[in-house]
Design a protein around this ligand. Sequence first.
Ligand code: ZN
Length: 450
Amino acid sequence: MKMSGQRNLESEGIKMHRLATELFPLHRSMTGQGVRATFEILAKHVPLTVEEIPSGTPVFDWHVPQEWRIRDAFIADEQGRRVVDYSESNLHVANGSIPIAANMSWNELRPHIHHLPDQPDLLPYRTTFFRDSWGFSVKRAQLETLRNGGPWNVEIDSEYFDGHMSLGEINVPGSTDETVLIHCHTCHPSLANDNLSGIVIATQLAQSLLNIDRRLTYRFVFAPATIGPIAWLAQRTRDELERIRHGLVLTLLGDSAPFTYKRTSSGTALIDRLVPKVLGDLDVPHQILDFEPGGYDERQYGSPGIDLPVGRFTRSVHGEFPEYHTSADDLTFIQPKFLAESLHACRSILNSLEGVCFPINQFPFGEPQLGRRGIFRAFGERDDRGQLQEAMMWVLHLANGRNDSIEIANRADLPLHCVTDAIDLLRSHHVITTSDTANRNAFDQIVRGR
Ligand code: ZN
């Protein structure tokens, strides 16, 4: 990478972290003002549109839930001194808690208290979505105080009411309607890696895509986990969904762990071949996981009636790092440097996806005479001219309308961008044509027409 690119990336990392810092305190939930405030901030950077779906709307096997609002919550002693105070951290209240105002003993309170015996100074993130219950998360010192005292004034000033669930979307049209779906969840409150890292990277990606010529169309969906994509999918036509040819769920991209790509449901989609190739070319540590029907919203997009090729791109894996769903998943856990690396990896994946095509050799009888066409002169002073020449030979050899550029790069054991450059060069000299889809007939006609 060029130095200027490196500097840009650094400043993008800082910019994304700053955006995460602005979003961090908002109390995002499945519905409500925290999500709307998040979208209002994102809309200052990108043309984000918000769809408000009324509570009760049937979406596949679900109904859009009532809207949730919270104003305050605390556990206080009889003098009104707060032992647990929502204003100190929104993680103190289980997300989606129903209202409660009661005076209770420790024994009555105890079933509603969550803490982490192995990480006593952290708050666990808990939810009560789709359950009529309430809860508080506490640190050990607070637990001790509660256990040794009482009765306690317990109050959660929250309410459920008929309102809306908010979904955000950014559409970035390309020259074709072949569409890439990028999804991230927006329902976690003050958690940085788990939701904010995906949100800020998706926003930065959308912003940079808007400034370049694109073949592909991109749809960025920002939605609460599970019910969000279910509602989004339920409102799309079959035609609209069929245009989605590739997809990625983005989250957990701000920590220092190696990259993780989780394959789509079929495991054989183009994106399943592309991501490992690009990560290999970038020479960054990574692991590839098979699909399993758990995790994030790749499971909605990959569900059997929807069956979209959506993989998942993260660094750490949910549930497998100690900060996961705790107050330690904060702004110090995600760092500008790691966000920048993740952005670069995502951008490399999308850039590569833009260039994937099926070349068709127009002169497949023996080797075409390249020198006569001035192709070698076109190499100029490139450092990688040896590789580029090798890539050209492979492209010509495999350009039968059946192999795409990823297949060719894998066979040649060359970086994908090198094969893409060779394809561009050969195409500009009319030695090959290219097709966005497999095109066996076009090649067979050339052979038959000899
Ligand atoms: Zn989570």
